[in-house]
Ligand binder design. Structure first.
Ligand code: NCD
Length: 452
């Protein structure tokens, strides 16, 4: 057996051959085998001379591409480990085809100090997927004093956000954007103006009226999108907009990009696959922030992906325990699981449903989010993260996913690796499945099963 000692991780690693797949390379999708040694892609081609002892994994009929990168994962550790830990969230990520995720800062304590951020990075370093961190913009996510952004940036933090809430005070947002610009990091906004949202727990419209639930209008999101775009334009700062969900937001970002503003945007699968009509069940599994919207908003998000206005699919994976999701609708916490269903939903809705190409799917699920998170080759990555989002090429770190486009499977929240089960897709038949995930040359998912 060829046992190779990897210099960086000190782990014995078998040589790996991924055979029979269609490989996403610089020259497009080609039928080839991929050889991986010491965590690095060492050969791509047909009839490769495989070491006798190489571990062979079957990719027949599948696409082999760069592992996915999630810009928006709630891992719940520290503070709510009963809903998710870094280890369980990372396993769910690997099963979803992700080789890197960005952990959101709305933990308890908040990710607003080097001490807590380092603890999360350390736990992430031994998990089944690389874990980067989005630091809080303000201390305690209270929207007032800026967190130690420079100190966190030194640890490799590239994104700063108070996600879970927007920065309400325009002056604080302006100062933070300016500070991030100076440090070369990115300000990311959860766009929700609390005064306009006025405590609404669903989208304000037909269904909020029929169901008697307090609604928040689309303008609660769009007002903050507009404010931040104006600030980013004025300061020349880089802005990333989290989980966009309305037609107006997509229109604003489209105009901003045309005007040269340095903005990127993400949207979550539930915002391009579900509408607020699902709320008829009164089931809080459909409660999420931003809320599910009527179909014309869903169509606008899809259009935003097709024309490049929206750069990335981001899961907003938000695990919550059964006890909390079983509370009455207005008391239950917002949020739904995303990591283990994102690929199939994106494949179904954007590729099968809207004619996006497979190459584009890898752009929005891997290459673009890796760039936005600074996890690509040119990114800072000072905490030892390896490059993600690269087309498969000799010399690259083997952060790979093998997807089976012909497979179908049925969602069963109780079988997820995630500790929580709050999926809004329970019982739904999905098209397209994750077959294998390879992290730095190690198969962390084989035939759809986590290896550790
Ligand atoms: C997020 C969570 O649960 O942390 N929930 C959600 O509905 N997206 C926080 C948030 O963004 O509101």
């Amino acid at each position: 057996m060829t046992i190779i000692q990897t210099a960086r991780y000190g782990m014995a690693q078998e040589a790996l051959a991924i055979v029979g797949g269609n490989v996403l390379t610089q020259t497009g999708l080609i039928r080839a085998d991929v050889m991986v040694e010491e965590g690095i892609v060492t050969a791509i081609g047909l009839d490769l001379d495989l070491p006798v002892a190489a571990k062979v994994i079957n990719a027949a009929g599948c696409v082999v591409g760069p592992g996915f990168v999630d810009l928006h994962t709630h891992l719940r550790e520290p503070g709510k480990e009963q809903a998710e830990t870094i280890a369980t969230g990372a396993r769910a990520a690997a099963l979803g085809g992700y080789t890197a995720v960005v952990a959101m800062p709305n933990t308890d304590p908040v990710l607003d100090s080097a001490f807590v951020v380092r603890a999360v990075l350390d736990l992430g370093a031994v998990s089944t997927c690389e874990v980067a961190v989005a630091g809080a913009i303000t201390v305690g996510r209270q929207g007032e004093a800026l967190s130690p952004i420079a100190e966190l940036a030194k640890l490799g933090v590239q994104l700063f956000t108070d996600d879970g809430s927007g920065v309400q005070h325009g002056g604080v947002a302006r100062r933070a954007l300016d500070y991030c610009r100076g440090l070369g990091v990115t300000y990311a906004e959860h766009c929700e103006d609390n005064a306009i949202a006025a405590g609404g727990v669903v989208h304000e419209g037909e269904w909020s009226a029929k169901l008697g639930l307090p609604g928040q209008p689309a303008s609660a999101e769009e007002a903050m999108v507009a404010r931040d775009l104006l600030l980013a334009r004025e300061l020349g700062a880089r802005l990333h907009l989290l989980h966009l969900s309305t037609q107006g937001s997509v229109d604003l970002v489209r105009q901003a990009k045309a005007a040269g503003i340095k903005v990127t945007a993400e949207a979550a699968p539930h915002h391009f696959t579900l509408t607020d009509a699902t709320l008829q069940s009164y089931d809080a599994v459909f409660k999420v922030n931003p809320p599910l919207r009527p179909d014309h908003h869903v169509q606008a998000i899809i259009q935003g992906f097709l024309d490049g206005t929206i750069d990335a699919v981001a899961t907003d994976h938000a695990p919550h325990t059964k006890e909390t999701k079983d509370l009455p609708f207005d008391e239950a916490p917002p949020g739904m699981l995303g990591l283990e269903t994102a690929f199939s939903l994106t494949y179904e809705r954007l590729v099968l449903g809207a004619k996006m190409s497979i190459e584009q799917l890898f752009q929005v699920m891997s290459t673009n989010p890796a760039r936005i998170a600074g996890l690509d080759r040119s990114g800072a990555r000072p905490y030892g993260h390896t490059p993600h989002g690269e087309l498969v090429a000799v010399g690259n770190v083997a952060n790979l996913v093998v997807v089976d486009l012909d497979a179908t499977w049925t969602v069963d929240g109780s079988s997820f690796a995630s500790l929580a089960a709050n999926t809004p897709y329970e019982g739904r038949v999905m098209h397209g499945a994750i077959r294998h995930t390879v992290l730095r040359g190690e198969p962390v998912v084989l035939e759809g099963v986590a290896t550790r």
